[in-house]
Design a binder for this molecule. Structure first.
Ligand SMILES: Cc1cc2nc3c(=O)[nH]c(=O)nc-3n(C[C@H](O)[C@H](O)[C@H](O)COP(=O)(O)OP(=O)(O)OC[C@H]3O[C@@H](n4cnc5c(N)ncnc54)[C@H](O)[C@@H]3O)c2cc1C
Length: 442
């Protein structure tokens, strides 16, 4: 489904409850109360749709990319929270605008009445979830704990919210609207159940095992995986060069413990798959200890950092540090396919020990029409290449052809992405021809 159709479908589904309420209502309330009801209806529809934009559904992430999917999920969460906070306020605060303490007392009484309790629980938990998502990095809470809490809280928010809608919402007594909420609630909980119960079961049936692990650079490991079964269901996944997998190295395939890693091998190397992993934390920090035969579960393919469906006369690939992983996949695939278009790779890293695959890149120049440009922040005494950040001058020098004829793919850590983001635009690469993959969501 193209992105425009996804956006239209999303808008239609969020407005549909309002349309149904207006179409079948016996009488309409005054404008402020109507505004409160509208925000409640739209906000709750957005809330249930959040379960689908969780980044777990390839049909979404492969169309608009994982970065856009997650950014959408975060922004929609903030917007729907605002709608649902204003929703009860519009019912009576404007009428009591000159009596703020009275309005506050009434609000508290209302929120804690038995009648409203499910709505209040749902709203309070939602506030906790959104705040937790925004400030997660500033707390010592482990990622897995945050994620488990997020999932359980999401289910409670949806069920308590639905209880509130059915119990309190006058318009939700209309059969069409009632049916709409039941269907959307089933979709939301179904999406959660699929991700956390059905999917792990499916992944366990086509498990992978570690074939080899080798250290390629400073705290950077290449992990080679192969399917446990070489035929039938276990024969492995299909992917387009540049896509990523949710990888779980722990016992059982419970997705609380999976991490996103780009596939660095080409589809031509299937059924084996290579990952390039930089030791950063709990999981990635232990990758070097993995032994051959260790089980791994791969939920893939995800993401749209690929050349699929994109055409250009030349390719401009910009990688920062570990961002070289999906770019290697693309280059290896181009070599497999004998692509003769001009390709330029600009690869920046902290030091030359982190310029992994530099030798293979040099070798690829014999097969591809490839221009290489390396830069490091901390040059050693033997370093003869560029030094420093990927700035405008360096980016311009590495351009393979006139900017407007290039497709530019950029992948790296957040600070590098921010620095690079402006330059291809300045150089004239059309914004639609620049694809970004961020290795962090916020
Ligand atoms: C699309 C995508 C592709 C990526 N490809 C690669 C790659 O090819 N090679 C590579 O080394 N790294 C890659 N990363 C980054 C990698 O996912 C994180 O470094 C890794 O998840 C850190 O987990 P940890 O348990 O080692 O660290 P932790 O100490 O648990 O966390 C370190 C940071 O990583 C983030 N993180 C942890 N777990 C997850 C998770 N499950 N999902 C999202 N973020 C998480 C947390 O926000 C935390 O701030 C990619 C990230 C994304 C989003």
């Amino acid at each position: 489904m193209p992105p425009a159709a996804l956006i239209t479908g999303y808008l239609a589904l969020t407005v549909l409850p309002l349309v149904l309420a207006v179409a079948f209502a016996e009488r309409l309330p005054g404008p402020l109360r109507a505004g409160g009801i509208a925000l409640g209806l739209i906000g709750f529809a957005m809330l249930l749709l959040q379960f689908v934009s969780s980044g777990r559904f390839e049909a979404l992430s492969s169309k608009i990319g994982i970065n856009h999917t997650m950014r959408f999920h975060q922004l929609a969460a903030r917007m729907l929270l605002l709608f649902l906070i204003v929703h009860p306020l519009l019912f009576f605060v404007p009428e009591r605008i000159d009596d703020v303490p009275g309005a506050a007392r009434m609000l508290v009484r209302m929120l804690f009445s038995d009648y409203m309790l499910s709505g209040t629980i749902s709203l309070a938990l939602l506030l906790f979830m959104v705040a937790g998502g925004i400030w997660r990095h500033r707390t010592p809470v482990k990622y897995e704990i945050w994620r488990a809490t997020h999932v359980v809280a999401a289910a409670v928010v949806a069920v308590a919210g639905a209880h509130h809608v059915f119990q309190v919402g006058n318009y939700s007594q209309v059969i069409w609207l009632r049916s709409f909420w039941w269907i959307l609630l089933a979709v939301a909980l179904g999406a959660l159940g699929y991700s956390y119960f059905v999917k792990p079961w499916l992944l366990a049936r086509r498990a992978y095992r570690v074939f080899a692990v080798r250290e390629l650079g400073e705290r950077i490991w290449e992990v080679v995986l192969e399917p446990q079964e070489t035929s039938g269901q276990g024969a492995g996944i299909k992917f387009a060069a540049g896509q990523f997998a949710w990888v779980n190295f722990r016992a059982g395939a419970l997705p609380l413990f999976d991490n996103p890693f780009s596939i660095s091998s080409a589809p031509g190397e299937l059924p084996r798959i290579r990952l390039l992993i930089k030791a950063r934390g709990d999981t990635s920090g232990r990758v070097g200890e993995l032994k051959p035969g260790h089980k791994a579960y791969l939920d893939a393919p995800h993401g749209n950092f690929t050349l699929e469906g994109r055409s250009a006369d030349a390719l401009y690939l910009i990688a920062g540090g570990i961002g070289i992983a999906p770019i290697m996949s693309i280059l290896r695939d181009l070599a497999y396919k004998g692509d003769k278009r001009p390709v330029s790779v600009l690869f920046g890293a902290r030091n030359s020990r982190q310029l992994v695959y530099a030798d293979e890149l040099e070798r690829l120049t014999a097969v591809l029409n490839l221009k290489l440009q390396f830069s490091v922040d901390e040059p050693g005494p033997d370093w003869a290449g560029d030094v420093g950040e990927l700035d405008a001058a360096l980016i311009e020098r590495a351009l393979p052809l006139a900017a407007e004829r290039c497709l530019c793919l950029v992948c790296g850590p957040p600070p590098m992405m921010l620095a690079v983001e402006q330059h291809p635009r300045v150089l004239g690469v059309p914004p639609g021809n620049i694809v970004y993959e961020r290795f962090e969501y916020d």
